[in-house]
Design a protein around this ligand. Sequence first.
Ligand code: SF4
Length: 478
Amino acid sequence: MSGARDECGVFGVYGDPAAAQTVLAGLFALQHRGQESAGIAAAGAAGMRVHTGMGLVSQVFGSVDMGSLEGEAAIGHVRYSTQGESVPENAQPFAVRLRGGYLAVCQNGNITNAVALRRELEEQGAIFRTTVDTEVVAHLVARGARQGLAAAIAGALERLEGAYALLFLTPEGVVGARDPAGIRPLVLGRTEDGRHVLASETCALDLVGAAYVRDVAPGEILSLGAGGLVSRRRPGGRERLCVFEGVYLARPDSLLRGQAVHSVRRRAGQRLAQEAPAPADIVVGVPDSGLSAAMGYAQESGLPYEMGLVRNRYAGRTFIQPTALLREGGVRLKLSPLASVLGGRRVVLVDDSVVRGTTARRIVRLVRDAGAAAVHVRVASPPVRFPCHYGIDTGDPGQLAAARLDLDGLRREIGADSLAFLSLEGLMWAAGADAAGEDAARGYCHACFSGLYPAGVPAEPGKFAISALAGGGSGGGA
Ligand code: SF4
C-alpha cells in the first residue's frame, strides 16, 4: 500500500575466486531494493571488468558468461533512481580508469550537496558523463588518487553530506563506507572460510552462506583487502538509521541492528491494536510488507488473522512502477481478493504505510468489491507528511496524501470506514528506540514522519537538481 519507492542495494566481496558469482547471488537477494538496473564490477590480476544493464538482475546477467567477470574482488548494485530518469548510463557500479589503476563505486542513498560539489568540480575542469551523484564521488576520489586510493577515498568522504552506503572497488580490494549519521544501512558478514562480505541487508548474507558479523558503524570506512579487515572510523554523529527500512523497505527476513525486521513490524502491529482498536471480525494484511504487522494486530486484538488478499508473485512491487498510471493498474495485477474470506465480514485491513494514498484507495475498493461489510484501515506507521531527502523516493511533497489532507479527509479519499495510524512513539517503541531520540545510540531517522532531518536538507532539493545543472538529460541518484 505504501507508495514510497525503494532506493538501491549494494553488495561486495573480497578474496573470493568466484567473486562476481557471489555478488550476483547477493544481488538476487537485494532485488527488492531496486529493479531498474543492475551491475557488477569485478577485479583481479587482469584488471577490472564491469557489466551493467537495465532491468532485473536476471535480465541483466541472464546471458552473461560470469567467467568473463574474473577476479577475487567484486562489488554490485541494484538501482531504483531517486533523482531522475532510469537510463543505461546511470546504471552502477560507476567505473573509471586511473593512471596505473582503476576505481569503481556504487551507492545507496543521496549525497545532498552533490549539486554544489559537481558545480565546483566543473569549474575546475571536470567533465561528467552521467547525472548520478555517484559520479561526483568518483571524481573526488580520482582527484586525490596521487596520495593513494585509501587516503583519497577518506578525503572524498569528508566532502560528502547526506545519507549513503558506498562501496568502492580498487586494486587494493573493496572499501565500504557509511554516512556519519548511519542513515543508510550496511552490514558486514563472514563466510565459513573467512571471507568478508558487505551488503545493504542481511538477507543477502544468508543467500551466500555468510554469517552476520555486525553493522558497519556510522561514519566507518571498512577496507577488505590483502591485509584483512581494516576499520577506520571518522567522527560520526548520533546514529540515525532510516526507520522506514523497518517499516517497509527491508525484507522481513533481514536484521536491522541485529533485530529481525519481521519482529519490528509485528510489534508495530501489536502497538497499533492497542492504540487503534476496530469493531471487526477479521484482520487482513496487505502483502507483503503489511503481513507481519497484521499478525501482530491480530495477536493483540484477539481477532482472527485471515488471508484475504493474495499476491501475484510474478508481478513486481507496487512502488517500483515508474508512473502513476502503471502504479494504479499495478494493484489489480499484483493483488487478488478472496471473496470467500472477505464476504460479509468487517475487515481490519493492516498495511505498513500510506504515502500517496492512491494504492490504498485501490486496495480498499478491491476488498469492498469482494463483499466486505466494512473496511477499517490501520497503518503500522505514522502519516508520511514530509519528503525524504536521503534516498527514498516519496515523490513531490504535494503528492503526500497526509500532507494535504487531515485524517478524515484521507479516510474519505481512500474510501475506508475508519482510518488510524500508529503514533511515532509507537513506531519507535516497536523499533526499540524512543521518539525523542534521547537514547542517541538507538536513534532513528524519522524525518518523513516528523520533519526532523538528522543530516540537513539539500540547498537545491528535487529529483532533477543534478539534471538541471547538467542542462537537462538523464536523471541521477541511486
Ligand atoms: S526521511 Fe524517512 S525514508 Fe528518508 S531516511 Fe529518514 S526515515 Fe528513511
